[in-house]
Design a protein around this ligand. Structure first.
Ligand code: PRP
Length: 207
């Protein structure tokens, strides 16, 4: 579990609790997802590379830093879309590369339906965005795609993980850090995280 980072930030703890509440409406749910994404992004980007840079202030020159990495956000459709806006508030210059996957309801295996990545990688760091890490199948498939694309520095950023999903992702890709707001108890027999928050896609989009 050494590379699983569970936020202990009081604001994340509070917002996640409201998010889980079944009486939270779609509008509030989307806003909380955005805010949690921002908080988790702050924690997940602590090791970005910077280089020295000089800036001229109204009073003279100051020594500062500029970020060096070219970052790609990879939201897994649909539910990952809700995390994009919050992350982009901190990282306005990122590229966004959507990956479409849905989970087959019977097998729980991910089925790919959208991928428009260009032939050559255009970023050197990818943040995979998906609120729920359940069986881990979707996350593993997405990281597989990104590594084949040629990106080696990849992080997973989500809201709630099941132990099963963490085990699967860390086994398949031990180099991929996992940043979440909570690790829950287990998966139920239809692959939902318990206690979780229900279906993150349906709750964001009112379906
Ligand atoms: C949910 C969720 C993840 C996936 C997690 O998506 O948003 O993408 O399931 O499950 P896994 O870890 O077992 O792969 P879903 O298939 O319901 O699609 P949606 O986002 O379009 O609702």
């Amino acid at each position: 579990m050494s590379q699983v980072y569970v936020s202990q930030h009081p604001l994340a703890l509070h917002k996640l609790t409201v998010l889980r509440d079944k009486t939270t409406d779609h509008r509030s749910f989307r806003e909380l997802v955005r805010e949690l994404a921002l908080l988790l992004c702050y924690e997940a980007t602590q090791d970005l590379h910077v280089s020295p840079a000089t800036v001229t202030t109204p009073m003279g020159n100051a020594q500062g830093y500029k970020t060096e990495d070219t970052i790609g956000l990879v939201p897994i459709l649909r539910a990952g879309l809700g995390l994009v806006d919050g992350v982009m508030e901190l990282l306005p210059s990122v590229q966004v590369w959507h990956i479409g996957l849905y989970r087959d309801e019977k097998t729980l295996r991910p089925v790919e339906y959208y991928n428009r990545l260009p032939t050559e990688p255009t970023v050197n760091v990818c943040l995979v965005l998906d609120p729920m890490l359940a069986t881990g199948g979707s996350a593993v498939a997405t990281v597989d795609i990104l590594k084949r694309w040629g990106v080696q520095r990849i992080k997973f950023l989500g809201l709630i993980a099941a132990p099963e999903g963490i085990e699967r992702l860390t086994t398949a890709h031990p180099d991929v850090p996992i940043h979440v707001a909570a690790v829950d108890d287990r998966l139920n027999d239809i692959g939902f995280i318990v206690p979780g928050l229900g279906d993150a896609g349906d709750r964001q989009f009112g379906t």
